[in-house]
Design a protein around this ligand. Structure first.
Ligand code: CAA
Ligand code: FAD
Length: 385
């Protein structure tokens, strides 16, 4: 795919979407962000406004209430939102990549009418439920069961660390129907909040992305009609993997945004703060940090845009998406840590925002496949060819 040279000149529409996200982040996400982070307060009003801007179903066809935009527009928005507020951007990413995309691509017409339209407009939000206490990276080791009872499935088990865990109305739940068949015996089911036996567990108290709500979910004889299965019997694991391949592009863009946001703050600070009679950017140790940060961000941006371009142009994006996610996440952690360093003592206090970006950066190396898992995906792909 190195041979697929791309032209990243943004169209007028892409520039408009990017600007809208930039303005929104500055005007609507920045105010109150420190308080929301402290209180772990879900950004309810902000999500409502993002829905009005069409950010909750960006790539969904307009006939289902979506914005009908391309993946590149989506990553531009993810990047701009994440420069300021990664808690809000993960809500956007899960709804777009992990919920709407899978429903639109693999759902039945009836499922799309019933669920996708409301999800794409942001009237309601969704959650994607794969991870379990004992099945995180090792995602095929599903312990949650969905037993076939003829006209319905009966779900039992526990899901862990589910983003939008309490605020979602619709949950895509991955569960094992036939243990004998291994990963080919897994199904993906649409479960509505409020279904008997479906309980939302306590909220996690997190290091970063604190105003997104992460919960465990408990299923105790939860009855789900057969028509809520996505795809053929046994398609659930493939569904999860295909969905995550695209989701990783969204999280890569989130990581890119965190890095870029931290860098912009550090650059500005370094030109204002004086030490030893000059602005600190005039000390080569600081200038070289800025050079490394800028270079890595630009490299990450190319990988992210390439992956989005691959998806938009019908190319395989499992490898490019994993590379983008790996590199952007490592860059986010490194750049945010350096941004704190450049801020000195001020970097360690909340008012300067870089400490939050550093805490938020960490999750990008963990969710939607840890950095180690991305290396498994990348190495398998290059060794296979
Ligand atoms: N597309 C289609 N199919 C795929 C695929 C892809 N990208 N990747 C794997 N598969 C298929 C394989 O082909 C295989 O099917 P066949 O046997 O029919 O060929 C099947 O899936 C199992 O694959 P593997 O044998 O490679 O399985 P594995 O046990 O070695 O695991 C793994 C592979 C890549 C490590 C996978 O388990 C994985 O991705 N783990 C990480 C899980 C993860 O990312 N979780 C994120 C949860 S969501 C989240 O985190 C959201 C959030 O924070 C906001
Ligand atoms: P483990 O799999 O136990 O990994 C522990 C360590 O071992 C990691 O460093 C890992 O990289 C390493 N490791 C494991 N296997 C290997 C290997 N084969 N080779 C090398 N190293 C290995 N999940 C969802 O389904 N939906 C969500 O919405 C969601 N949101 C999340 C939000 C947050 C804030 C968090 C923290 C998690 C979320 N997750 C979600 C779960 C997330 O995807 C998992 O935490 C992640 O996949 C890692 O799984 P684990 O925590 O079980 O770690």
């Amino acid at each position: 795919s190195i041979l697929n040279f791309m032209d990243f000149t943004l169209t007028e529409e892409q520039q408009m979407v990017q600007q809208a996200a930039k303005d929104f982040a500055q005007n609507e996400l920045l105010p109150g962000i420190i308080e929301r982070d402290d209180a772990q307060a879900f950004p309810k009003e902000q999500v409502k406004k993002m829905a009005e801007l069409g950010f909750m179903g960006m790539m969904v066809d307009s006939k289902y209430g979506g914005s009908g935009l391309d993946t590149l527009s989506y990553v531009l928005v993810m990047e701009e939102l994440s420069k300021i507020d990664a808690s809000s951007s993960v809500i956007v990413s899960v709804n777009n990549s992990l919920v709407c995309w899978g429903l639109e691509t693999f759902g039945t017409e009836a499922q799309k009418e019933k669920y996708l339209s409301r999800l794409a407009t942001g009237e309601i939000i969704g959650a994607f439920c794969l991870s379990e206490p004992e099945a995180g990276s090792d995602a095929t080791s599903q312990k949650t069961t969905a037993i076939d009872k003829g006209d319905h499935y009966l779900i039992n088990g526990t899901k862990n660390w589910i983003t939008n865990g309490n605020s979602a109305e619709v949950y895509l739940v991955i569960a094992q129907t036939d243990v004998e068949k291994g990963h080919k015996g897994i199904n993906a089911l649409i479960v509505e909040k409020g279904t008997d036996g479906f309980e939302i567990g306590p909220k996690e108290n997190k290091m970063g992305i604190r105003s997104s709500d992460t919960h465990s979910l408990l299923f105790n004889d939860v009855k789900v009609p057969k028509e809520n299965r996505i795809g053929e019997d046994g398609f659930g694991f493939k569904f999860a993997m295909k969905t995550l391949a695209g989701g990783r592009i969204g999280i890569a863009a989130q990581a890119l945004g965190i890095a870029a946001g931290a860098y912009e703050l550090a650059l500005k600070y370094s030109k204002e703060r004086k030490a030893f009679g000059t602005e600190i950017c005039n000390h080569q140790a600081i200038a070289f940090k800025l050079a490394d940060m800028h270079t890595k961000i630009q490299a990450a941006r190319h990988l992210v845009y390439q992956a989005a371009w691959d998806k938009d142009n019908g190319k395989d994006y499992t490898l490019s998406g994993a590379m983008a996610k790996l590199y952007a996440a490592e860059t986010a952690m490194e750049v945010a840590t350096e941004a704190v360093q450049i801020h000195g003592g001020n970097g360690f206090v909340k008012d300067y925002h870089v400490e939050r970006l550093m805490r938020d950066a960490k999750i990008t190396q963990i969710y939607e496949g840890t950095s180690e898992i991305q290396k498994i995906v990348i190495s398998r792909s290059i060794l296979k060819n």
